[in-house]
Design a protein. Structure first.
Length: 575
C-alpha cells in the first residue's frame, strides 16, 4: 500500500508498513531465507529440539503475518462463502445464542465446538471477535505443529525413533511442505491456505488429531479405550469428517495387525473396536441430528468425479517427490513395530484408501467434500515425509561412515528442503484470490448496515433480508437470520423465504403471525428487515422502497446509500 491506513473495525487490528504490498512480500521472502539459515545454524549450537520446533512455529507465524498484515478486512470475508459461513456461526453464538444452532434460526449445527470455542475466547463479545478472528488461523497452524511434536512422543523409550528432532521435522514438513507453488492453478489449492487461513474451524480438528492418536496408543484396559473413544467423539464435534478419517484409520490398523499376525493383534483389534464403539454410542444422537438437518446422502450431478479427472494422480504423480518420501516414511514407521509407528502408518494408508474410495462415491453422485480429504491426505503425507527424510539422512550418514549428531542432521535436512518450504515461495498477491480481494477496506454497503445491526439492535433479534445480505447480517452484524444463500439450507427454506417476502408485499400485516411463531419458538425478541435493491428486484412485483415505507408494520431505523442506486434500508418490524 502506498501509505499506512487504519483498518476498519471489522478487520484485524494490525497495520502494514508504509510500502507497496508486492515490495513487502518480496522483502519478507528474502528476510525469511536469511533468518531460517541463521536459525538452523543456531540449532546445531543450542542442540535442543525445542529450538527447532520453535522455528517451525515461527515460520508458520511468518506466513500468517505476511498474508494478514496487508489486509484491510478479514481474510476472504468479502469473497468466500465458506469464510462468511463459519464467521456467521461464531458471531451469533458470541452474541449469546445457542452453539448447537446455526445462524439461521432454529437450524441444528453439526459442528458446534468451534463456535462455542471462539465465543468463549472473545468473552461473548461479537465486536471483539471480529478483531480476534484472524488470529485463530495462526493458532491453528502453530497448534497443529506443536500437537504433532508433543503427541508423537512414544509411550516408552524408542532410541533414535521418534526423537525430538524427528518430531520437529515431522511438524515442519506437515505444515510448511504440505503445499506446493503451482497448486493455486489446479483443482485443489494450497492446503495450508485453504485450511488454516480460510477454515480455522477445520484446522482445530488437525490440532486434536495427534492427541487422539497419542491417547489411543497409550490405551491399556477399558479406561484408556474409553478416553480414546471420548476424544474421538470430541473430534467429531470439532469436524466430523476428521473423526471419520481417523476411525477408518483405526479399522485399517486393526486389519493390518491381523494380516501381519502381529503378537499384539488381539489387543489392537479390541482397542480399535472399543474406541470406535464408544464413539459411535456417544455420537449416535449427533448422527441422527445430521440425518435430520443435512441432506448429505442426497444425490447430485455436482457430486460426481468426471471420467477424465486425474483423481488418482492428484495425490501421487502431481506431488511425486513428496508422495515418494511420504510413502517411505510410512513404511519406516510401520517397520519400527512400535505401536505408535503402526498406528501412524495405518492412518496414512487409510487416507489413501478413502481418496481412492471417492471414485465409488462419485459414481453414486455423493462425492462431497473432496477438497477436505485431499487436504487430509496432503497433511499426513507431508508429515510422513518428515519421518522419511529423517531416515534418509541417517542412511546417508551411515553410507559415508560418519557420525552426524542429531542437531546437525536435522539442520541439514532443513537446509535441503528450505527452497521447497511455504515461506520461501509463498506469494499471496499472485497465488491467492482471497488475499487480493481482502486488500481494500470492506465496502460501506456491508460495513455500515452491519455495524448498526451489531451495535444498535438486541442480541436476540433476527434479520430478514435478501439471501446474500443475510449472510453478512449474521457474519458481521452478529444477528441470526431467517434464511440466507450459500448456507446449508433448512428443510423449510422455501417457506422461510416466502414469509420474509410477505413482510414487504403484504400490507395487511397477516405475516406477523408467522414471524411470531418463529420468534416464540426460537427466542427472537425483535425482527428487522434489511431491504436492498436485490431483494426488491427478486420479488418481481415492481415494489419500490417508498412502497415499503408505507407498510404500517415497518418502522425505518437506519439507511445507507442512494435510493436511486445501491442502498440498505433497515426497518424494525412492529408487532
Amino acid at each position: 500500500m502506498p501509505q499506512r491506513r487504519h483498518l476498519p473495525r471489522t478487520g484485524p487490528a494490525l497495520t502494514w508498513p508504509p510500502m507497496s504490498v508486492d515490495t513487502g512480500l518480496l522483502a519478507a521472502r528474502y528476510a525469511f531465507v536469511g533468518l531460517a539459515l541463521v536459525w538452523l545454524w543456531l540449532a546445531t549450537r543450542v542442540r535442543r529440539p525445542s529450538w527447532l520446533i520453535a522455528g517451525v512455529i515461527a515460520a508458520n507465524a511468518w506466513v500468517w503475518a505476511e498474508t494478514n498484515l496487508p489486509l484491510q478486512q478479514i481474510y476472504g470475508v468479502s469473497r468466500s462463502r465458506d469464510r462468511v459461513g463459519n464467521l456467521a456461526l461464531c458471531q451469533v453464538v458470541a452474541a449469546g445464542n445457542s452453539p448447537i444452532r446455526t445462524a439461521q434460526i432454529g437450524q441444528l449445527h453439526f459442528e458446534p465446538f468451534w463456535s462455542a470455542f471462539t465465543a468463549v475466547a472473545s468473552g461473548f463479545d461479537p465486536e471483539r471477535l471480529l478483531h480476534l478472528y484472524p488470529f485463530f488461523s495462526l493458532l491453528g497452524a502453530a497448534g497443529f505443529a506443536l500437537s504433532l511434536y508433543l503427541a508423537l512422543r512414544p509411550p516408552e523409550a524408542a532410541g533414535d525413533c521418534w526423537s525430538g528432532w524427528e518430531r520437529a521435522l515431522v511438524a515442519g514438513f506437515a505444515t510448511l511442505l504440505s503445499s506446493s507453488p503451482l497448486e493455486h492453478m489446479g483443482i485443489y489449492r494450497q492446503p495450508w491456505a485453504m485450511t488454516f487461513l480460510l477454515k480455522p474451524n477445520h484446522a482445530l480438528g488437525l490440532v486434536l488429531f495427534p492427541i487422539v492418536l497419542a491417547v489411543f496408543v497409550r490405551a491399556r484396559g477399558f479406561r484408556g479405550r474409553l478416553a480414546a473413544g471420548l476424544l474421538l467423539h470430541l473430534l467429531g464435534w470439532v469436524f466430523i469428517l476428521h473423526m471419520g478419517y481417523v476411525a477408518v484409520g483405526l479399522v485399517v490398523y486393526a486389519a493390518l495387525s491381523l494380516a501381519a499376525r502381529h503378537p499384539e493383534r488381539r489387543r489392537d483389534v479390541l482397542d480399535a473396536a472399543v474406541t470406535i464403539g464408544v464413539n459411535a454410542a456417544v455420537v449416535s444422537p449427533y448422527i441422527v441430528m445430521l440425518f435430520l438437518g443435512y441432506p448429505f446422502l442426497d444425490r447430485s450431478p455436482m457430486m460426481t468425479i468426471a471420467e477424465t479427472s486425474p483423481h488418482l494422480l492428484e495425490t501421487t504423480a502431481r506431488v511425486a517427490p513428496l508422495f515418494a518420501l511420504g510413502a517411505w516414511g510410512g513404511l519406516v514407521a510401520w517397520r519400527r513395530q512400535d505401536r505408535l509407528g503402526r498406528v501412524w502408518a495405518a492412518q496414512l494408508l487409510a487416507a489413501y484408501v478413502i481418496w481412492v474410495g471417492y471414485l465409488a462415491l462419485g459414481a453414486l453422485q455423493v462425492a462431497r467434500e473432496r477438497d477436505e480429504i485431499y487436504y487430509w491426505v496432503r497433511f499426513l503425507t507431508a508429515a510422513s515425509a518428515g519421518i522419511g527424510a529423517w531416515d534418509v539422512a541417517r542412511r546417508l550418514a551411515e553410507a559415508w561412515k560418519r557420525v552426524v549428531p542429531d542437531p546437525v542432521r536435522a539442520a541439514a535436512v532443513g537446509v535441503v528442503v528450505l527452497p521447497f518450504s511455504l515461506p520461501y515461495w509463498w506469494n499471496p498477491s499472485t497465488m491467492d484470490t482471497y488475499f487480493t480481494a481482502s486488500l481494500p477496506p470492506l465496502s460501506d454497503a456491508l460495513r455500515e448496515p452491519t455495524d448498526y445491526l451489531r451495535r444498535q439492535t438486541p442480541r436476540d433479534a433476527a434479520v430478514l433480508s435478501d439471501g446474500d445480505f443475510a449472510r453478512y447480517a449474521a457474519a458481521l452484524g452478529a444477528r441470526r437470520v431467517l434464511a440466507a444463500d450459500a448456507f446449508h439450507q433448512p428443510k423449510d427454506v422455501l417457506r422461510r423465504f416466502a414469509v420474509q417476502d410477505a413482510v414487504l408485499t403484504d400490507d395487511t400485516g397477516a405475516v406477523l403471525r408467522d414471524l411470531d411463531e418463529y420468534g416464540q419458538r426460537w427466542g427472537v425478541s425483535e425482527w428487522y428487515a434489511a431491504v436492498t435493491p436485490r431483494w426488491l428486484a427478486a420479488l418481481g412485483t415492481g415494489l419500490t422502497l417508498d412502497d415499503v415505507r408505507r407498510r404500517a408494520h415497518l418502522e425505518p431505523v437506519h439507511f445507507w446509500g442512494d435510493e436511486r442506486g445501491e442502498f440498505v434500508a433497515i426497518f424494525k418490524v412492529r408487532r
